[in-house]
Every structure is written in structure tokens, then in C-alpha cells.
Design a protein around this ligand. Structure first.
Ligand SMILES: [Zn+2]
Ligand SMILES: [Zn+2]
Length: 185
């Protein structure tokens, strides 16, 4: 549970150390799906107030390093080798991006395909989705079955440090008027 005042102090210190404090600033935002953001237009690094309060100090520090690395690498670097090298140089050891993947396990809707691939959604999927990891394009044989779960504080902590889960790869049933989506059971 990081203390938000402390988070601000670390952020200001990192900006003073690695960036130009006259140009770059830090603030909290209200995002729930991603932990941090580097806004190049406003030269502002923000961290989710909501998630920062739930993550450990180390985790929040990693999020800050991740975003400072974005500021240093420039927008076009994305999460490519240039960013990765700078991030590693700053001490970023997170294997997951903190832009969204890291909090995917906080999504209340968890789906599994027949082969066991796990998918996450923040809202109940309204259309039938098939597993894109099993097969590209919609295929009823790879239909994802969804379940709603309770998100506990322990899960939030776990999500902050977990590694490896896939968050992509669903294929939506094409929105063809002649094909009505299968209701999920
Ligand atoms: Zn990133
Ligand atoms: Zn699958």
C-alpha cells in the first residue's frame, strides 16, 4: 500500500534526476485499467491514484521507472529495444508493461476457451467471442466461456506482481446482420 505523498516525492525526485523538472511534471490520475501514463503532449507522468494506493512501494516505484523511461525514450520508441534499454538502465525489472496488461487480472470477467487459454474483460462481453490464440477469426469450436468473479485486495496485490498471463487474442463474432451472436451460457 504505497503512501501517495511518498509516491509524489519519488516521482519528483526521478523527474529531477532524469528529466527536466521545468518541463516535466507528475500527477495522479483516476485510471483503473492502467497503472501509469506518460503524456508527451503535456510532458506529464501520471500514476493511477486508485492503483497506487493498492500496490506496494516497490511496485509503484517500478511503474514510475517504466514511465520515466517512456519520457526519456520518446513516444516513437514504444516498448521497443530503445525504451527497454533505458528502462533497464533505470532499474526497471518488470517483465510486464504497466500500461494495462499488469492490471488485466483485476478484470471481473474471466473467460476460458476449451483449450484453457484465459481472457479478461472489464465488462460482460455482449457478443460471443472465440479464442484467437487457438485460431484466428471467429470459430465456434473455440468459444470463450465467461464467468464473473470477485476482485479482492489480495488479487490486486497479486496482479501487480504476477507475470505471464495473456490479455489479447479474442476474436469477435463478425457483426453480420444475418448472423446473430450466440448467447453465452
Ligand atoms: Zn509503457
Ligand atoms: Zn484458446
Amino acid at each position: 500500500m504505497a503512501d501517495l505523498d511518498a509516491v509524489r516525492r519519488w516521482a519528483d525526485a526521478l523527474i529531477a534526476l532524469h528529466l527536466d523538472p521545468a518541463e516535466w511534471s507528475f500527477g495522479f490520475d483516476h485510471a483503473k485499467k492502467r497503472a501509469g501514463l506518460c503524456n508527451y503532449t503535456h510532458r506529464r507522468i501520471t500514476v493511477s491514484r486508485y492503483l497506487a494506493a493498492r500496490y506496494t512501494d516497490d511496485e509503484v516505484h517500478q511503474i514510475l521507472l517504466h514511465e520515466v523511461a517512456h519520457a526519456l525514450a520518446g513516444e516513437r520508441a514504444g516498448h521497443g529495444p530503445k525504451w527497454a534499454q533505458i528502462a533497464a538502465g533505470l532499474g526497471y525489472v518488470g517483465r510486464r508493461t504497466h500500461d494495462g496488461a499488469v492490471v488485466s487480472e483485476l478484470a471481473p470477467w474471466v473467460g476460458r476457451c476449451p483449450a484453457g487459454h484465459v481472457h479478461y474483460r472489464y465488462r460482460q462481453p455482449v457478443r460471443a467471442l472465440s479464442c484467437g490464440l487457438c485460431r484466428r477469426g471467429f470459430d465456434r469450436a473455440n468459444l470463450i466461456v465467461w464467468r464473473r468473479r470477485e476482485i479482492t485486495p489480495a488479487m490486486r496485490r497479486l496482479a501487480a506482481s504476477a507475470t505471464g498471463a495473456s490479455t489479447t487474442g479474442e476474436s469477435a463474432l463478425p457483426g453480420d446482420a444475418s448472423t446473430s451472436p450466440q448467447p453465452l451460457r
